[in-house]
Ligand binder design. Structure first.
Ligand code: ZN
Length: 395
């Protein structure tokens, strides 16, 4: 019989209603949450269980990052330098970043694109348990046009035939999501537009129709308003960044159940020296006010949102930004857990602390319903019931 673990004495915030529950315990067996209930009741059904008392701690569902770049996150250098690293270096980075995700409490991630479909190899290694890390879904490469946005990393397509071929091959290789780069950003010098349309609606519609036909879902990198509208016309499921959306676009997203993944917190980190070109900081400074406003609009009009770090963000800064946009800490917790699980279509398995779900849990040292900083105060992580001490991870 599998050993049972009974976690007691912590405050549980299960992610279903956002309310903290005292005097409850969680019973874990074989990687699953087999019961959540009173300590007295669970002690009687779990005789012989290991008791783990966590007084003064707060337990929340495992965090979910739906816009991770597990191969390139926090990599230095220009786009060509980053894309030009050897395959081995990319994979070492992925290993480090996967441990980093766990250390920050992320038990599930969606990789939003990498070079040469390497994300799919990382996904297989993680989901097969070759090394411990978050469970993972993945785009392989985004679709862009020749010389278009992120062409250093992604697949260039210039006709509907090329779109079909690229998407079909990605589906054969096991993608979960198909991604299009709907907009392109420059902002390197005064007077240049900061965002414009990159790939056409027709190309995106072709890509998304094939993906949906195969039961896959679709996301876009979209900054300018026109690119977001094009993406909605093409049938997208999640809009990444959405920096320049307005009320009309947000109402449509809310009505159609299209998610927004704001990735708002990365702009501050871009002020630091990451070896990017000279326009990088200028660009970040221009984008942030638009992004703050779009999140405010999206929240006020009921657009569903999930958490994404992109290459530079982090959960604590994201929660701070979302609070400034009018969200409560309880909203933020649900955004970073349950909403992510719903977007990924795995809310029957993770996203809340409930009987019958996988035992993906984060043990925090302070109350996430009191402060944004608590989201970064990670003491322990459970991934499928396996206890991980962030301090012992080799990073
Ligand atoms: Zn991204």
């Amino acid at each position: 019989m599998n050993k049972q673990t009974l976690i007691t004495d912590a405050v549980i915030i299960d992610g279903t209603a956002g309310l903290a529950q005292q005097n409850k315990a969680i019973l874990i067996e074989n990687g699953m949450i087999t019961a959540v209930g009173s300590v007295t009741d669970l002690r009687s059904v779990a005789e012989g269980a290991d008791i783990m008392a966590l007084p003064g701690r707060y337990i929340v569902p495992g965090f979910i990052n739906v816009h991770e770049h597990v191969l390139t996150r926090r990599a230095r250098g220009s786009a060509s330098e980053r894309a030009g690293a050897t395959r081995d270096v990319h994979l070492y980075r992925a290993l480090r970043n996967a441990f980093g995700c766990l250390a920050e409490g992320f038990t599930t991630i969606r990789d939003a694109g990498s070079m040469d479909c390497l994300g799919l190899d990382v996904k297989k290694a993680l989901n097969d348990g070759v090394f411990v890390g978050p469970r993972m879904q993945a785009v392989s490469q985004g679709l862009t046009v020749t010389g278009g946005y992120a062409h250093q990393f992604f697949k260039e397509v210039d006709s509907e035939v090329e779109v079909r071929k690229a998407v079909g091959e990605m589906i054969k290789r096991g993608v979960d999501w198909v991604k299009c780069m709907a907009s392109i950003e420059w902002s390197k010098a005064e007077g240049e537009p900061i965002s414009a349309v990159n790939i056409s609606t027709a190309f995106m519609r072709e890509a998304f129709d094939i993906a949906h036909h195969h039961g896959k879902r679709c996301m876009v990198h979209a900054v300018c308003k026109e690119s977001i509208i094009n993406s909605l016309d093409a049938g997208v499921d999640s809009v990444e960044h959405g920096v320049m959306l307005d009320e009309i676009v947000a109402e449509r997203m809310a009505k159609d159940g299209v998610y927004l993944v704001p990735t708002i917190s990365g702009w501050c980190e871009r002020q630091n020296d990451w070896g990017r070109d000279a326009g990088h900081v200028r660009h970040a400074n221009l984008m942030r006010p638009y992004h703050d406003r779009s999140v405010q609009i999206a929240h006020s009009l009921g657009v569903k949102m999930a958490y994404g770090s992109d290459n530079f963000g982090n959960l604590v800064d994201e929660v701070r930004a979302l609070q400034e946009a009018g969200m409560t800490l309880s909203d933020c917790l649900i955004l970073a857990t349950r909403n992510g699980a719903e977007l990924l279509g795995i809310n029957d398995m993770v996203g809340t602390i409930e009987q019958g779900k996988r035992a993906d849990l984060v043990v925090l040292g302070s109350d996430p319903l009191e402060s944004a900083e608590a989201f970064g105060d990670v003491h322990l992580v459970f991934r499928d019931g396996r206890k991980i001490d962030p301090n012992l991870l080799p990073i």
